[in-house]
Design a protein around this ligand. Structure first.
Ligand code: BGC
Length: 734
């Protein structure tokens, strides 16, 4: 439909019809078994169901086609209904959870993965996904850290931008792509105490420099939608914040698409104590520029009245409705409301998709310890022990459209490799402690103690038979994701007991940790010979893990987030601001900034990860010691594989602005490059340092670089390397 026709359509619509384009209702209104991801708000009235512009949480080519047919027949202007779904890390073929994808440090792989997710979701009738989540996360207590790509703004920016490109493709009309939604705007990851939905208190410069960056970079890729966040920021709920939505999102970021609230967030402004009632909440949502009210019922019950009394102008209403109609038009829904989706053929999991997922798993695994070259596994007798050894629950709580039955377990993958006489499996213990609280309620197991005694005895016998134990531990997938904040980052006690008992057998232990968040792993490190983080790896989890364990693929993942010694260090991130009393390297430590009972830094820092081979780094070089705004400096290093295996390494560039009108972080990731080297070969990795990489939100309240000294590291992780120096010099008037 052309622009004129779209405007003519808008003109012809009644106020009620217009308002309803701004209303999203749960898919359960159309199909009882739809996925509910929020609190139900009660019955949706018939007129809302007939006219609501979009719905969510429902998929399936056949059923969506049926709903669309019926809906369009009844809609006075036959405007198609839009179907949205949380396709977060896979629709049918499930990739590693976003935190795992972050660990691969490979935006192009993430783009391809998003493309596959879009293809599968589109074939199931879905028009838009609520992804990427670009929230910066520095707190492992916050369960939604699993849905992010980690603690670093540059890594997150590249990953979120790649996801938008992958989901949407070049042409949004292409029926193999879907619309993307950058969420949760803004700073949802900074919730106080890591408690989900909580207030965040952030200075404007921290907000701008750190928290807003990845949304901004993703928005440059023109996503169809942005979603507001549940939290308040500096006392104002994000969903009602004109500063965030108007000044930053629309004016500064130039976002032209549809702004949707998070589930019920317009109505939640009442609980926040920011809106008096539903009518006031609807008004505040509209005034902040929220186009679609997801499931709070405030717009559907009060917006028409607000327009009729003039509290919300018709122009404001029309502008919002036009954005929604434009989105439908961009998706090609007016020409084909089914987007080529054939009721007979839903998406299928293809061999190609599985291969992509398998490679994504292998690339996401982070090897943290490998004492005495325990890995790769030798052709020994191997026992696969632990609650994750043979479970299909390898995807996160945000992969509800993917079926567990398609998942390959570690044990299943191992069975394709090892002869029956060389492998055994034992669960060892229950997944969780008795009465553990999950997002879905309390997990109570009848005869829990007897069951665990039996499982432990069996596991010890199995370990005694083996040469090497692959111990598969972790956090259940219902313990990360939304509403899963935790004050402890320890593995369940029952799993720690299992580890200690297996250690007593004296066998080599390769511990695999399946998790959606960083955990406390000091004891696990001490009791294991090798240690690897496997995240929540998805459909091809077992295969990808075995590809690394056997050495078929080289481990190359790097931590996208710091792993603490103890939960008391949270929030924990490498790019901290310096203090007036930094802790010296060699003491004396008294009256310096430190914990008395713990290191300041992480047990395993951001960017850390091992390989099976060794790499030698040459001395890093800078092409010049000075640059002006118009010039660039090349920073380079030569990496040589000195071991006897092929291996991958992610070379990281960090920069520090030594003195500024505002204090600058002790170092910040400025670029990275992943390379793979055969034994005996080397490669020179170069980075270009440009003035724009040195900008920050200055004391003059603007984005600018300032002249002076900068430090540069080219290294292996955020805690590694010796810095070089250069000066940024400003010509007069700059
Ligand atoms: C979550 C969003 C999600 C939405 C729709 C909310 O509870 O915060 O991330 O996209 O539900 O399912």
């Amino acid at each position: 439909m052309d622009k004129k026709a779209l405007e003519a359509l808008l003109k012809d619509m009644t106020i009620e019809e217009k308002v309803m384009q701004l209303v999203q209702i749960p898919g359960s209104e159309y199909e009882a078994d739809a996925e509910i991801t929020g609190v139900e708000r009660g019955q949706v009235k018939d007129n809302v169901k007939r006219l609501a512009g979009s719905t969510l949480g429902i998929w399936g080519a056949k059923r969506l086609r049926k709903i669309q047919e019926q809906y369009m027949k009844e809609h006075p202007h036959h405007i198609p209904l839009m179907f949205m779904l949380d396709v977060i890390h896979g629709h049918k073929t499930v990739l590693p959870c976003p935190l795992g994808q972050g660990a691969a440090f490979d935006p192009e792989a993430v783009r391809k993965g998003a493309e596959m997710q879009a293809r599968e979701a589109a074939a199931d009738g879905v028009h838009a996904t609520f992804s990427p989540m670009a929230d910066l996360c520095r707190d492992a207590r916050w369960g939604r850290i699993m849905e992010s790509t980690g603690e670093d703004k540059l890594l997150n920016s590249r990953m979120a931008a790649a996801m938008v490109e992958g989901y949407q493709g070049k042409d949004r009309k292409d029926p193999e792509h879907i619309a993307a939604c950058v969420k949760h705007f803004a700073a949802y990851g900074a919730a106080e105490g890591g408690r989900d939905y909580n207030n965040t208190e952030l200075s404007e410069h921290t907000l701008r420099e750190h928290y807003l960056r990845s949304y901004g970079e993703a928005i440059k890729k023109d996503p169809a939608m942005v979603m507001t966040s549940f939290n308040s920021i500096n006392g104002i709920p994000a969903t009602g914040s004109t500063f965030l939505m108007k000044k930053i999102l629309r004016e500064e970021f130039g976002f032209q698409g549809v702004l949707i609230s998070d589930w019920g967030a317009v109505g939640e402004m009442i609980n926040h104590g920011y809106a008096e009632d539903m009518k006031d909440a609807a008004l505040k949502g509209m005034l902040a520029g929220v186009d679609i009210d997801m499931c709070s019922g405030c717009y559907s019950t009060h917006l028409e009245e607000l327009v009729n009394t003039g509290a919300v102008s018709v122009e404001m209403l029309d502008a919002a409705v036009l954005r929604v109609l434009n989105m439908k038009n961009d998706l090609g829904l007016f020409e084909d409301p089914y987007r080529g989706c054939n009721a007979e053929t839903g998406p299928v999991i293809t061999e190609e998709g599985r291969q992509l997922a398998r490679e994504a798993v292998a690339a996401s695994l982070v090897l943290l310890e490998n004492k005495d070259k325990t890995l790769p596994l030798r052709k020994d007798k191997i026992a696969f022990i632990g609650p994750f050894a043979d479970t299909k629950r390898l995807q996160s709580a945000w992969a509800f459209s993917g079926e567990d039955e398609n998942t390959v377990t570690v044990w299943e993958a191992a069975s394709e490799i090892y002869a029956p006489e060389n492998r055994k499996v034992a669960a060892g213990c229950t997944m969780m402690d008795q009465d553990a609280v999950t997002a879905r309620g309390i997990c109570h197991v009848e005869n829990w103690q007897q069951e665990n005694d039996r499982l432990l005895a069996e596991a010890v016998r199995t370990a005694e038979w083996a040469d090497t134990v692959v111990l598969c531990l972790g956090e259940d997938s219902t313990q990360s994701g939304e509403a899963t904040s935790k004050a402890s980052l320890k593995l369940p006690a029952v799993q720690r007991d299992l580890l200690r008992a297996i250690r007593k057998t004296g066998k080599k232990i390769v511990t695999l940790i399946f998790t959606g968040r960083p955990l406390e792993l000091e004891e696990v490190r001490d009791l294991s010979d090798a240690l690897m983080i496997c995240w929540l790896p998805g459909t091809e989890g077992g295969h990808g893990v075995m590809d690394i364990l056997t050495g078929k693929c080289a481990p190359s993942g790097r931590l996208p987030v710091s792993f603490p010694y103890t939960v008391g260090q949270e929030p924990l991130h490498y790019d901290v601001y310096p203090t007036g009393r930094p802790k010296p390297v060699n003491g004396p430590f008294e009256y310096t900034s430190r914990y008395l009972d713990c290191e300041n830094g992480a047990l395993y820092p951001f960017g850390y990860g091992l390989s099976y081979t060794d790499f030698a780094y040459s001395d890093p070089k800078l092409s010049a010691q000075k640059m002006t705004d118009a010039e660039t400096i090349t920073a380079s290093i030569t990496v040589r594989n000195t071991g006897d295996r092929r291996g991958g390494v992610t070379v990281q560039l960090y920069i520090r602005d030594v003195t500024g009108s505002r204090v600058r972080p002790v170092r910040e990731l400025a670029d990275f490059k992943k390379i793979t080297l055969d034994p005996g070969t080397e490669e020179t990795v170069s980075f270009t340092i440009k003035e724009e990489m040195l900008r920050f939100w200055t004391a003059g309240e603007k984005w600018a670089s300032e002249p002076g000294k900068f430090l540069v590291w080219i290294c292996n992780d955020s805690n590694d390397g010796q810095p070089l120096e250069f000066q940024l010099v400003k010509a007069k008037g700059e």
